[in-house]
Design a protein around this ligand. Sequence first.
Ligand code: 5AD
Length: 359
Amino acid sequence: MTCTTHKTCMTHTTCKTKPESPFTDEALLHYIKTSDTAESAALFKQARKVKETRYGNAVYFRGLIEFTNYCKNDCYYCGIRKSNKKVQRYRLSTAEILDCCRIGDKLGYKTFVLQGGEDPYFTDERMLELINAIRRDYPAHAISLSIGERPRASYEAFFAAGANRYLLRHETASVEHYRKLHPPRMSLEERKQCLYWLKETGYHAGAGFMVGSPFQEPENLLADLRFLEELRPQMVGIGPFIPQSDTPFGAYPAGNLDLCLRMIALTRLLLPDALLPATTALGTISPQGRELGLAAGANVVMLNISPQSTRKLYALYDNKICTGEKAAECLLCMKTRLHASGFTPDMSRGDPPANRKAG
Ligand code: 5AD
């Protein structure tokens, strides 16, 4: 039986074909709350095994281009929020962005991620120009966008122009918690709506959330996992909250590494095919954070190919790692680290198993 509300019935809560969850709420809450390190280690091992059945030991690389730090939003946790007057704002020109792509391509990247704040300068027209230009030069690369909430028609136009993937973290799947992290003009409902639009348009969609954001309770993390099961995104970005000193949350503590790893592992068990990055934030709270993430079920790293001159300015949180190195240095460093911890760097497009030929 197919769902009447969403084209992809797997995403609909009341759809009859929705698969049973392998975990009860109690079991998930137990893993979220546990402080038993042996139990966590067993969970990581199980998640890694599941990853290996789908992806082997491969770790996929994404070339990240942080092309604007202007943002019209005012999220309380984010360093590039509109009200942060201390940020030196920048936006890259089309030529500069294409330069990043050229450098990234030379290094072997097959995915470009265009990430930025919600910058009104980048109208649909300008974004289309940019996507068209990249698509013209790189017909076989994956183009990922991470530019926030837009009308459905914009998502469709970007997709038609050749964008294949879209990252839009839901941040938290609990309405009350969402309100505590964002100003009143932003809503969880709209955020979720955008994610469904993206999936329905045909993108590989990426949801995700921060671990340890202020006011977060175990029940909120449970809701995040249940939302992921409902949406079934192809990608999920999970990283610790890290305070940025010039934001309203500047004095809150960073998220806990072990809890982050458990959330990655649980996400792997709930969505075995998902592409899960070991995030830069994870590497920022702990020197081995990314390797630990990969050992707990993650299988992607997103490395910066932005110009060195602007990297420090894309400061979502304090003490972000890898802001001084050149693109080539970051890549070499990560490849060496992966080899040292038993992973296989893989520079292919890294699509999900069911969609290896998509887009
Ligand atoms: N700590 C950790 N992650 C953050 N993000 C924004 N601000 C912070 C912070 N202070 C994350 C959000 C956003 C992504 C681009 O970066 O989850 O979706």
